[in-house]
Design a protein. Structure first.
Length: 126
Protein backbone atom coordinates (compact mmCIF):
# COMPACT_ATOMS: atom_id res chain seq x y z
CA UNK A 1 0.00 0.00 0.00
CA UNK A 2 2.75 2.46 0.98
CA UNK A 3 4.64 1.52 -2.17
CA UNK A 4 1.57 2.28 -4.29
CA UNK A 5 1.19 5.74 -2.68
CA UNK A 6 4.85 6.51 -3.45
CA UNK A 7 4.42 5.44 -7.07
CA UNK A 8 1.34 7.64 -7.45
CA UNK A 9 3.07 10.63 -5.83
CA UNK A 10 6.12 10.16 -8.04
CA UNK A 11 3.90 10.15 -11.10
CA UNK A 12 2.06 13.28 -10.02
CA UNK A 13 5.24 15.24 -9.35
CA UNK A 14 7.32 14.10 -12.31
CA UNK A 15 7.87 16.85 -14.81
CA UNK A 16 6.86 19.50 -12.32
CA UNK A 17 9.30 22.38 -12.17
CA UNK A 18 8.94 25.83 -10.80
CA UNK A 19 7.19 26.79 -14.05
CA UNK A 20 9.17 30.01 -14.34
CA UNK A 21 10.31 31.13 -17.75
CA UNK A 22 13.68 32.86 -17.88
CA UNK A 23 15.63 35.03 -20.25
CA UNK A 24 19.22 36.11 -20.79
CA UNK A 25 19.63 39.89 -20.70
CA UNK A 26 22.22 42.14 -22.35
CA UNK A 27 22.25 45.54 -23.99
CA UNK A 28 23.59 49.07 -23.82
CA UNK A 29 22.87 51.86 -21.31
CA UNK A 30 22.68 55.51 -22.35
CA UNK A 31 21.98 58.78 -20.57
CA UNK A 32 20.65 61.58 -22.79
CA UNK A 33 21.83 59.60 -25.82
CA UNK A 34 25.42 59.05 -24.65
CA UNK A 35 26.77 55.72 -23.35
CA UNK A 36 27.09 55.33 -19.59
CA UNK A 37 30.65 54.04 -19.42
CA UNK A 38 31.06 53.31 -15.72
CA UNK A 39 29.00 51.89 -12.91
CA UNK A 40 26.40 49.18 -12.59
CA UNK A 41 22.96 48.71 -14.13
CA UNK A 42 20.45 47.14 -11.72
CA UNK A 43 17.20 45.29 -12.41
CA UNK A 44 14.51 44.84 -9.71
CA UNK A 45 11.15 43.11 -10.09
CA UNK A 46 8.04 43.71 -8.00
CA UNK A 47 8.54 40.23 -6.49
CA UNK A 48 12.05 41.02 -5.26
CA UNK A 49 14.00 39.30 -8.02
CA UNK A 50 17.08 41.40 -8.69
CA UNK A 51 20.18 41.33 -10.86
CA UNK A 52 22.98 43.65 -11.80
CA UNK A 53 25.70 43.96 -14.40
CA UNK A 54 28.81 46.12 -14.73
CA UNK A 55 28.93 48.58 -17.60
CA UNK A 56 31.90 48.52 -19.95
CA UNK A 57 33.61 51.47 -21.64
CA UNK A 58 31.00 51.43 -24.44
CA UNK A 59 28.01 51.31 -22.06
CA UNK A 60 27.35 47.63 -22.78
CA UNK A 61 26.25 45.13 -20.13
CA UNK A 62 25.43 41.45 -19.79
CA UNK A 63 23.60 39.98 -16.80
CA UNK A 64 25.22 36.76 -15.59
CA UNK A 65 22.70 33.96 -15.53
CA UNK A 66 18.99 34.26 -16.32
CA UNK A 67 16.21 36.54 -15.11
CA UNK A 68 12.64 35.37 -14.58
CA UNK A 69 10.49 36.76 -17.40
CA UNK A 70 8.55 39.87 -16.38
CA UNK A 71 8.85 43.60 -15.74
CA UNK A 72 11.85 45.13 -13.97
CA UNK A 73 12.58 48.61 -12.65
CA UNK A 74 16.01 49.69 -13.84
CA UNK A 75 18.40 52.02 -12.06
CA UNK A 76 22.12 52.79 -11.96
CA UNK A 77 24.78 52.59 -9.26
CA UNK A 78 28.15 54.35 -9.30
CA UNK A 79 31.25 52.23 -9.80
CA UNK A 80 32.87 50.72 -6.73
CA UNK A 81 35.87 52.61 -5.43
CA UNK A 82 38.84 50.31 -5.68
CA UNK A 83 41.19 50.46 -2.68
CA UNK A 84 44.77 51.27 -3.56
CA UNK A 85 47.67 49.15 -2.42
CA UNK A 86 49.59 50.42 0.61
CA UNK A 87 52.27 52.91 -0.38
CA UNK A 88 50.70 53.67 -3.77
CA UNK A 89 48.90 56.74 -5.00
CA UNK A 90 45.09 56.44 -4.81
CA UNK A 91 43.37 55.92 -8.14
CA UNK A 92 41.52 58.90 -9.56
CA UNK A 93 37.78 58.65 -8.93
CA UNK A 94 35.74 57.48 -11.91
CA UNK A 95 33.47 60.14 -13.37
CA UNK A 96 29.79 59.31 -12.71
CA UNK A 97 27.51 62.21 -13.54
CA UNK A 98 24.15 60.49 -13.33
CA UNK A 99 21.38 62.37 -11.47
CA UNK A 100 20.31 60.81 -8.14
CA UNK A 101 16.80 60.00 -9.42
CA UNK A 102 18.31 57.47 -11.86
CA UNK A 103 20.09 55.79 -8.94
CA UNK A 104 16.79 54.97 -7.22
CA UNK A 105 14.55 52.11 -8.46
CA UNK A 106 11.43 53.94 -7.31
CA UNK A 107 12.30 57.22 -9.04
CA UNK A 108 14.15 56.27 -12.23
CA UNK A 109 10.96 55.80 -14.24
CA UNK A 110 12.66 53.15 -16.38
CA UNK A 111 10.89 49.78 -16.66
CA UNK A 112 11.89 47.00 -19.04
CA UNK A 113 10.24 43.69 -19.89
CA UNK A 114 12.31 40.51 -19.90
CA UNK A 115 10.93 37.79 -22.17
CA UNK A 116 11.75 34.10 -22.32
CA UNK A 117 14.97 33.47 -24.25
CA UNK A 118 17.64 35.98 -25.29
CA UNK A 119 16.87 39.67 -24.68
CA UNK A 120 18.74 42.64 -26.17
CA UNK A 121 17.48 45.46 -23.98
CA UNK A 122 18.81 48.96 -24.61
CA UNK A 123 18.22 51.10 -21.50
CA UNK A 124 17.80 54.87 -21.97
CA UNK A 125 17.84 57.30 -19.07
CA UNK A 126 16.67 60.80 -20.01
Amino acid sequence: MAYMVLVILAGLTSGCGDGKHTGAVAGKVTYNGSPVTAGVVNFMSSTGTAAQAKLDSAGAYKVDGQLIAGDYKVYLSPPEIQPSAPGTKPAAPVKFEIPPKFQDPNRSGVIVTVKTGPNDIPVEFK
